[in-house]
Design a protein around this ligand. Structure first.
Ligand code: RIB
Ligand code: CA
Length: 318
């Protein structure tokens, strides 16, 4: 079976971890590297969390490389209590025993792209800084990227500000570089990720799988649900980042619009917001379309895919 080459850039992060487990359950995917970026927490913590995830899933064969500590222009603002002190509070995994293969995520991404005999799919579930540096430093490698699947942005409302979603708000210049690179990107913004939730009674099923990965994910849901349900009043635990993986696995779970997305970097109030073209027919012009923006998800189908991905690790020697 020809496998799909993937580079997964993230800032674990509870929902990053769930997205990673969904990706690691794919036997038709060849995950070339997990690269980390300062975002939810420090580069040290998110990298250690990525190592923990590969250890609990038995995939320490995949190299981890740490990348940019913070955004282009400003100090990193972390997501704090939403993901806790470690960036992934609530788990019961030990400190990682493996080490990152490199502290040059961008260099490793470039090497993988150079050496790949076919275009690679990029997944971004954290701040966009690593991928932006890659595109600026190695523009000739754009042709080796088949598509980018991003969790980020929104067209209706923000979370880190009234208008801005965290991943693009934290480094809007980096998000702008990615959006204007000329590489097609699928955008899973808050508009769809707020539909992609699991209720407590739904993810409780994980505890019946009797496998350490499912238990790990259940622990993450228990912690992350507090900020989603109690603090923000959502009907369940929002699994933002998993949408960027689920859409690659089964795009039929989503409805998309082909349109133009750009970043606001200069607004006093709106800096970090996404401007998504939603005007009726005739807009955007065909040559302006740069993104498939997900607008709806089959929540039950999404949930089943997520739960099945966790069950997968009970069927194989981890
Ligand atoms: O806004 C949601 C995003 O911010 C997710 O990637 C989550 O992990 C946090 O980083
Ligand atoms: Ca994330």
């Amino acid at each position: 079976m020809k496998k799909i080459p993937i580079i997964f850039d993230c800032d674990p992060g509870h929902d990053d971890a769930i997205a990673l487990v969904m990706a690691l359950a794919r036997e038709d995917w060849d995950i070339k590297a997990i690269t980390t970026v300062g975002g939810n927490n420090t580069i040290k913590n998110v990298t250690e969390n990525a190592l923990r995830i590969l250890e609990v899933t038995g995939r320490t064969d995949i190299p981890v490389a740490s990348g940019m500590e913070g955004p282009f222009l400003k100090e990193l603002v972390q997501t704090g209590k939403f993901h806790g002190k470690s960036g992934m509070d609530g788990h019961h995994l030990p400190d990682p025993v493996t080490k990152a293969a490199s502290d040059d995520a961008v260099g490793l991404m470039a090497k993988i792209l150079e050496e790949s005999d076919e275009p690679v799919t990029l997944i971004i579930t954290g701040v966009f800084t690593n991928v932006a540096v890659l595109l600026l430093a190695y523009p000739h490698l754009k042709s080796k990227i088949s598509k980018i699947s991003i969790m980020g942005g929104s067209y209706y409302r923000g979370n880190w500000s009234p208008i801005a979603e965290f991943n693009v708000w934290a480094d809007p210049e980096a998000a702008d570089v990615v959006m204007r690179a000329g590489i097609p990107f699928d955008m899973y913004g808050l508009d769809v990720t707020h539909q992609a939730y699991l209720k407590r009674e739904e993810y409780a099923e994980l505890r019946t799988y009797n496998n350490p990965v499912a238990d790990f994910i259940a622990d993450l849901f228990d912690f992350f649900s507090k900020s989603c349900i109690e603090d923000r009043g959502h009907p369940g635990c929002l699994v933002h980042d998993a949408c960027a993986v689920a859409g690659l696995i089964d795009p039929s779970l989503f409805r998309y619009i082909d349109t133009h997305v750009q970043m606001d970097m200069d607004g006093d109030i709106t800096r970090g917001g996404c401007v998504v073209e939603l005007r009726p027919k005739g807009w955007p012009r065909d040559d302006e379309v740069n993104s498939k923006v997900a607008v709806w998800v089959d929540r039950i189908g999404f949930m089943k895919l997520l739960l099945d991905s966790c069950a997968y690790f009970g069927k194989k020697e981890v």
